[in-house]
Ligand binder design. Structure first.
Ligand SMILES: Nc1ncnc2c1ncn2[C@@H]1O[C@H](COP(=O)(O)OP(=O)(O)OP(=O)(O)O)[C@@H](O)[C@H]1O
Ligand SMILES: [Mg+2]
Length: 215
């Protein structure tokens, strides 16, 4: 299955989520290919650190989608990290994707930009004469203080958006995400007992649940 992790806005957590999902798949023995289409090449950098530090399993990160055919992805998972800084890359990714997963920080501006991003994905699919991939959104960087209303408000607003499925599993705003990433580790590797690890495991399980049903 080909999963694009994308958003219109910068800094929503695309690279953090792509990396953690890819490592999660690899440690569960699901073969995974990672594509980093962002000119910042963040995933290349984190995979390099991971390899230098000798952490297993290593991640193979490519920036060239040309070799990626849907048929090849039938028995592999593919994660593509792309933003609108690379529109051509986004179109290529959307044309191949089974689904687009959108991390949304809790704010009204992020809800608006998610609406615009849905339109961009639809246009990209039409431009390539492809069926629109499934669109899924979840909240990333949720405020860990329940008194803050923005997360609940953002959740309600996302539920109202047409053409989008809302994933209730969310990731909180937690330093473990930043610290683990800079060391080349997934959150559940650096701190397996942390809340960040539990949240990431829950999100990955929801997104990849069908992999555990075989027959
Ligand atoms: N759940 C989280 N909790 C705390 N920090 C987070 C979380 N998710 C992401 N971050 C931090 O937010 C910043 C942006 O995240 P990231 O680089 O993954 O976003 P991005 O969407 O890939 O950004 P860009 O658009 O620049 O590629 C990073 O410093 C990252 O460590
Ligand atoms: Mg990024």
């Amino acid at each position: 299955m080909i999963t694009v992790v994308g958003s219109l806005k910068g800094g929503t957590g695309k690279s953090t989520v792509s990396f953690n999902l890819a490592v999660w798949l690899a440690v569960h023995d699901f073969p995974v290919d990672v594509y980093d289409l962002d000119p910042q090449a963040t995933l290349h950098d984190v995979a390099e650190i991971r390899e230098e530090e000798g952490y297993e399993p290593t991640l193979q990160v490519s920036d060239d989608l040309r070799g990626l055919k849907r048929s090849r992805a039938a028995d592999r998972e593919v994660i593509i990290d792309v933003g609108t800084a690379n529109m051509a890359g986004l179109e290529e990714a959307v044309a191949r994707a089974d689904r687009v997963v959108i991390p949304v920080p809790p704010s009204q501006a992020d809800v608006w930009s998610t609406q615009r991003f849905i339109d961009i994905v639809e246009r990209a699919a039409r431009a390539k004469k492809k069926r629109r991939p499934e669109l899924l959104a979840f909240i990333n960087r949720a405020d860990t203080n329940p008194a803050v209303r923005e997360t609940a408000e953002t959740q309600e607003a996302l539920r109202q958006l047409d053409g989008l499925k809302f994933v209730t599993a969310r990731l909180g705003q937690r330093t473990t995400f930043r610290r683990s990433f800079s060391e080349g580790l997934a959150v559940f590797e650096l701190e397996p007992r942390s809340k960040a690890a539990a949240e990431m495991n829950a999100l990955a399980t929801v997104l990849f649940s069908t992999l555990f049903i075989q027959g």
